[in-house]
Design a protein around this ligand. Sequence first.
Ligand code: ZN
Length: 458
Amino acid sequence: MGGSEAFEGFPKALFKERRRRVLEELGSGAMVLPAAPILHRTGDSELRYRADSELFYLTGFTEPEAVLVLRGFADEDRSVLFVRPRDDKAERWTGSRVGPERVPSLYGVDSARMFAQLGDCLPALLAGADRVFFRIGRDGAAERGVVQALEAARTKGQREGTGPRTVVDPGEILDELRLRKDAKEIAAMRAAASVTAAAVREGIDRVGPGIGEWEVEAEVEAGFRRRGASGPAFPTIVGSGPNACTLHYVLNSRRMEAGDLVLIDAGAERRMYSGDISRTVPVSGRFSSEQADVYRVVEEARTRAVAAVAPGVPFEKVHRAALGALVEGLIELGVLAGDSQSLIEKKAQEPYFPHRTSHWLGLDTHDVGSYAKDGVSRSLEPGMVLTVEPGLYFPGLTPGSKPGSKKGSPFAGIGIRIEDDVLVTEGGREVLTAELPTGPDEISALVGAIRTPKGRKR
Ligand code: ZN
């Protein structure tokens, strides 16, 4: 962390500017943002701490037990950060703390206080606000302070005419800001996408008959860590054979078999930002003709949906582009019959394509920001980042039987998803994950393509 940087790659001034914009929007209101809780996996064994996205967005501060208070109505202490005190003994166990003394200079907030003083200070800090932006039900300590301020406003405010009477979700202000990525965020997202692409490429190299899905997972996640990512942004999916049709399959406990497809959906979190890539490859390096037919349909849907991304285009149009290609493809494959428009109206594709084409991507893998307002799809703008991830799934393969067997659909057991991360630019779009190919020949050529020093044999 450099002197002017509050977080790797993010200068202190950037967070200050974000707070300035929020303070402006707050007007006579206040905002209270607690840190994410420390989570336990079992007993007292803690999961690695992941800072809250909103608190990070406005401070760059990543320690637990912290609360940011922004006071749009105030002349002084407009930004106050409550943090844990320095504590040699505790720091020996859980690592160093910044401490309130150094917080104002390192993070550029107006003042810092001890986290333990939150309860005493919060009602007074909020007394002059007319409303508080705070998310109910997440953080007990901060919530008690907010509730006290509301109670005080109801009793004293009756005579004095001051104090908060309304609680609003902070996302009302922050979601719109976070949706449009600035240059530093785009740089972080490029890095996350690039790390993800390189690691998934290594995962694909590990694919082969007899190899466990877990080995591919290990390769992908090792690739994340080797490249400085903090780890997976979400549980890595490695679904082979029938598992490819389970959308959130994360057990990764099956051995891949020759003739299977394997679907990998993974994302690195690097400098707090998420990548998100899906690729589907044939386990033995060659698609069967049925698999290739379905793959071409999904790839066409991806191509058309990516091409639809441009400023001014409604978000929904990207989904429509994918949907058109998928339904046309399903007709060609003989899975659906009829005219594509009326099939789409009837949602005839839903058994094979049950999810949407895109989600926002950023600090959260499923990032914040509305997709529509009052029922009208929002227009894309430069700086927005979305995934494009069409898929087709034909579940219903009984264990032991093979895709293409006489029983049921010739496509039974095939599950294919292809996912890229796409930045909306002034001129159209930039595919952040383009370094990992999607074409059927290019992607299947990657299966077992990187020769390890030991010359791994299949
Ligand atoms: Zn995704």
